[in-house]
Design a protein around this ligand. Structure first.
Ligand SMILES: [Zn+2]
Length: 113
């Protein structure tokens, strides 16, 4: 599963931070997931719970923040909201859209003790 390796990547980030900042437990993880990232939040939450067993993030609450997708419409020459990667411009219906935002996934914040 694609989400399993992503969850492992998130855990890796948390463990690196734990070493640097010397914390022992993570209570909450705020994770930003762009709408166009292709990441399934429910699947990721499930995998996260599995990969964090026995780690500093075991039992941590995962708060997922969905970031809206945005694209640049060449026909309208402006930024428009996008719901899917190969979507159309909501203003003019053109498919000549370049994705400009919402493809990322990153840890925004950790609540640690
Ligand atoms: Zn357009």
């Amino acid at each position: 599963m694609h989400e399993m390796s992503l969850a492992e990547g998130v855990l890796q980030l948390i463990e690196d931070a734990a070493r640097q900042q010397r914390f022992a437990t993570v209570r909450t993880v705020w994770l930003e997931i762009g709408q166009l990232s292709g990441v399934e939040p429910e699947a990721l939450a499930f995998c996260f719970e599995a990969v964090t067993l026995g780690s500093v993030a075991q039992g941590a609450r995962l708060e997922i923040i969905r970031l809206p997708g945005t694209g640049w419409c060449m026909a309208c020459s402006r930024t428009v909201p996008m719901n899917e990667v190969f979507g159309e411009c909501p203003a003019c219906g053109s498919h000549q859209l370049q994705v400009t935002g919402g493809t990322e996934m990153r840890v925004r914040e950790l609540d640690v003790t």
